[in-house]
Design a protein around this ligand. Structure first.
Ligand SMILES: *Cc1c(COP(=O)(O)O)cnc(C)c1O
Length: 384
């Protein structure tokens, strides 16, 4: 088979199973509204859970940072790209989340790849929740270590995998809030099983940070658990992009030596690091608390209304409220019907989710108003 045939066939097979992915160009995609061409939709697709991507104080911090530092960092943090803005952001993060050190990365994908690649050696084992994000599972399966997956949120299964004989180290990997189901991991039980096996725990809290816990410290704070390695990302509730790894001083020193995504990549723009500090200030303050409370009330409004839909909801109390509909074509059909009627929702299909569980992944944000949820529920009732 030639290159061209291989590529054509792969695309054709995706198309045939209604699994072809396409991008939609929009003029605004985060916040309450999504705007495409001249039409405005209620936006139930973005991960901007607190509506901070358009917060005036965050925008102003980015603008002032650009004036002060220019728009690019000019290099890797190991060369000349580690500025006073990056230092301030790392110190703020470490203080907020209660870790000795924080290291900034340009994305959560890069942070997960970097940590797993730098830590894992051939004799080691990674035991990961089966539904962990692609960035975690891909790094784990590319690493020389053994990869075992435990059934979703199943601590007994995790414990049985951890007990299997091994001469070296074990890393347990899970998410705080699962990106495609919206449910939370039983972190205290997972940590207990991990400690019993003398392993380390790594939690990716991409969807919990800013949204859960005291001062928005995330899922781990909410469950009073302190993993050895905490990854937080800034593209969701924090309203920006980028990520950080929270860890001990020695792990941070180690990652500074061996995390290739850190060493061989241009650091985030200093202005973005300042915008991050501004966003964290909002999240930690009274306004952040008000936004979290508003989001919680919208979530409970939605779940009450969704209970009478003929669609399967998940065990989610988070801003991610999927409706599982099964077939790809049904998910696509529903998404397109809702879109025609003014609500922008995304159909998520395999291989992102297990086969036969195509879904509408609805996301709510503090930028929504109660009438938005009401409208969404009415459309879902009609469409269902
Ligand atoms: C979005 C996401 C990532 C990737 O983070 P980016 O900063 O968008 O690269 C990693 N892990 C989880 C669980 C995510 O949902």
């Amino acid at each position: 088979m030639s290159w061209q045939q291989r590529i054509d066939e792969a695309i054709a097979s995706r198309r045939q199973s209604d699994a072809l992915r396409t991008r939609q160009c929009v003029s605004q995609g985060a916040g309450r509204w999504l705007v495409q061409d001249t039409r405005r939709y209620l936006n139930f697709s973005s991960n901007d859970y607190l509506g901070l991507s358009t917060h005036p104080a965050v925008i102003r911090a980015w603008q002032q940072g650009a004036e002060q530092y220019g728009v690019g960092s000019g290099g890797s943090g190991h060369v000349s790209g580690y500025t006073t803005a990056h230092l301030l952001a790392e110190e703020t993060l470490a203080d907020w989340l209660g870790y000795p050190r924080a290291l900034l990365f340009i994305s959560g994908f890069a942070a997960n790849q970097a940590v797993i690649t730098a830590l894992m050696a051939k004799e080691d084992r990674i035991v990961a929740d089966r539904l962990s994000h692609a960035s975690l599972l891909e790094a784990a399966s590319l690493s020389p270590a053994q990869l075992r997956r435990f059934a979703h949120n199943d601590t007994a299964h995790l414990a049985s995998l951890l007990e299997k004989p091994l001469s070296a180290e074990q890393l347990v990997v899970t998410e705080g809030v699962f990106s495609m189901d919206g449910d939370s991991a039983p972190l205290a039980d997972i940590l207990r099983a991990t400690r019993k096996a003398n392993g380390w725990l790594m939690v990716d809290d991409a969807h919990g940070i800013g949204v859960w816990g005291d001062e928005g410290r995330g899922s781990c704070d909410a469950q009073q658990v302190k993993p050895d390695i905490l990854v937080v990302t800034f593209g969701k509730g924090v309203g920006l992009s980028g990520a950080a790894v929270l860890c001990s001083a020695s792990v941070a020193d180690y990652l500074s030596q061996f995390a290739r995504h850190l060493i061989y990549s241009t650091s985030m723009p200093p202005a973005q690091a300042l915008a991050l500090c501004a966003s964290l200030k909002v999240i930690r303050g009274e306004e952040g608390m008000a936004r979290r409370e508003k989001l919680a009330s919208l979530i409970s409004h939605f779940r009450q209304g969704a209970a009478s839909l003929r669609m399967q909801v998940t065990a989610s109390n988070s801003a991610i409220q999927p409706l599982i509909v099964g077939e790809n074509s049904r998910a696509l059909g529903l998404a397109s019907t809702l879109r025609e009627r003014g609500c922008w929702v995304t159909a998520i299909r395999p291989p992102t989710v297990p086969s036969g569980t195509a879904r509408l992944r609805l996301t709510l944000t503090a930028a929504h108003e109660p009438e938005d949820i009401h409208q969404l529920l009415e459309l879902l009732h009609d469409a269902g």
